[in-house]
Write a new protein. Sequence first.
Length: 327
Amino acid sequence: MLSLQVRSYSRSFRQPLHTAHGRWEQRTGLILRLELETGSVTFGEIAPLPWFGTETLAQAQALCDRWPRHFTVDKIAEIPDTLPACQFGFGTARDRLSAKLPSEPPLSPSPADICALLPPGEAALTHWQPLWQQGHRTFKWKIGVASIDDELSLLRDLAQSLPPTARLRLDANGGLTATAAAAWLSACDRASVAIEFLEQPLPPDQIIDWLPQIAGQFGTPVALDESVATLQQLRQVQQQVNSQIVYVVKPAIAGFPQRLLDYCLEHQLDVVLSSALETPIGRTAALTLAQRLWAAGLPRRALGFGVDHWFIDDWVHCSEVDLWQQL
């Protein structure tokens, strides 16, 4: 039998994060503590992102409030696909108890294996420099926040300021029109630095029909993010698009981690695992999945976890037990 305890968290950003979804000031979620009758303890994290199609935090809290405080491990498999962040949190804790996921990643990824997130606008022109000195070589820049003319001009400046060996990812969070997306792809093809991909240029309900229309027109790949937020969505989309698409998957909101791993391996997907701005508890589980995908021979693209510097707190240096005690 297992027992459950749940605590909520709220993490403030050093500065509000501006995306096509709006202004974001705090990351909120739930930390799970599961304990076996033998005294073994494991942790999991529920970190919903409703604008990506997950449950809300209130819905996740409601599940935890209804959850029996003593239960068998088999009950975790009953969590429905409509609660993917809950599946990840409980699934992570369960898999650690069964040793499917270790409590710590086998190896900590180097900065070169991590894509660092740049601030939108002109701040990106200088913000990359200390990150480069730390060892990061791949950067993500949020677009679709200001006017397209201003941002295309900034792209030229940013591309020219970055070292020739840098790689840049552009993330529109589904905020572009088809015309604007084509303009961005054309600009990416002409950029003086390698643009790895343009991420989620159109909303999920438009991009699948748009992709065949641009086939063969541009050299810069398109990546899908919001369109494949959950494993259920990933399955649906992967059956409709060609294998040249890059899939940006946030494990913390995708569902049960073992199911995600199995699906990616079965279909040999070109996957970038990315942060949902979770705590180190969710991050540890996601990085372990990434290392298992790499070990199986899937493309070794930089991981989208270069976000720790965005938070005021120092949780990145905390153990899971210390973090639990702080809440």
